[in-house]
Design a protein around this ligand. Structure first.
Ligand code: ATP
Ligand code: MG
Length: 296
């Protein structure tokens, strides 16, 4: 019987750009998320874990304090938080591949920019003051950082600042505000983080199980199962072409001496170019299959 105190807590964004993908990752990991009346937490009925549904800005604090053993949060939010901490507060367990964006410096049309030195003496508006200050320091530039909690892209038009430093994914919002990207401060994506506070043995066991599943889901996302037939003399070349394969399975084909079936799990994307190369090397009947589950 597992009591409440033995349940893990995972903080995810309640609603926003990371919520859907965070939930999807957990569902693919086999967690059945219950939607209770309480909006701040969600129970998982087939795994000893509860979800905390919070604002993304609060996730690093929860994980630091061990209130939540795990959290899913953007690298941008996490590093901005970490720069304000005296000691490390968490461990990054996995890069999750969603929520990709970048913290970039942008300038109004016509404003010249050659290198970070162009920012010297300028005013730059941002919601990420610590990351921006670190960027300026690393480049030996002195500039004034204007902290804004939102609508940063309006700052140049309002003459609050001459440059901005903001999160960008496609750049459409910047363009709509007459701005263009001139430099990059940080590339970001969603991360799975874990508290540095020690866990009870029961929680540690559940944590290991959860991580194994999440790693399995992440591994299958890019992986494909590939099968083909090939004559013996083509096997070495095929082995070199297969992306992210350590040791393919090679099985003799019944009734066709000197011919083999090659099966392998490709840990990287398999492109049409790869198939064409395999065919040119002598492979035939090439099949690429999705992998549903994987445990390494
Ligand atoms: P909350 O109410 O939880 O504080 P928020 O408004 O701070 O939400 P969102 O806009 O939902 O946050 O973004 C959450 C995270 O999604 C960002 O911190 C970032 O890691 C990621 N992200 C991906 N693309 C973008 C983008 N184009 N603009 C902003 N954030 C993005
Ligand atoms: Mg936020």
């Amino acid at each position: 019987m597992i009591g409440t105190s033995d349940r893990l807590h995972l903080a995810i964004q309640k609603s926003g750009r990371l919520s859907d993908s965070s939930r999807a990752l957990l569902r693919e990991s086999g967690l059945r998320i219950q939607h209770g009346k309480n909006d701040l937490t969600a129970r998982v009925d087939n795994f000893p874990i509860d979800l905390m549904l919070v604002r993304d800005d609060d996730i690093p604090t929860f994980v630091r304090d061990g209130v939540c053993e795990f959290g899913i949060v953007g690298r941008n939010v996490l590093e901005e938080f970490a720069l304000g901490e005296a000691e490390p507060a968490y461990e990054v367990i996995a890069e999750l591949g969603f929520g990709t964006c970048a913290l970039r410096v942008a300038a109004p049309e016509g404003k010249a920019y050659d290198s970070p030195a162009s920012l010297a003496g300028e005013r730059i508006a941002t919601s990420y003051p610590r990351l921006l200050k670190r960027f300026l320091e690393e480049n030996g530039v002195e500039a004034t950082v204007i902290e804004m909690s939102g609508a940063v892209e309006l700052a140049p038009r309002l003459h609050i600042a001459s440059y901005i430093c903001d999160l960008v994914s496609t750049g459409a919002t910047l363009e709509a505000n007459g701005l263009h990207v001139v430099d990059t401060v940080l590339e970001s994506e969603a991360l799975l983080v874990r508290t540095l506070k020690p866990l009870t043995p029961e929680k540690e066991e559940a944590a290991e199980m959860l991580l194994m599943r999440i790693r399995g889901v992440l591994a299958t996302q890019d992986s494909k199962y590939i099968m083909m037939n090939a004559p013996e003399e083509a096997l070495a070349t095929i082995g070199e072409i297969l992306p992210g394969v350590e040791a393919p399975t090679v099985i003799p084909l019944a009734g066709r001496p000197g011919h083999f079936a090659v099966h392998a799990v490709c840990q990287e994307s398999v492109f049409w170019e790869t198939l064409q190369k395999l065919k040119a090397a002598g492979a035939s009947a090439i099949l690429v299959l999705p992998i549903e589950k994987m445990m390494m």
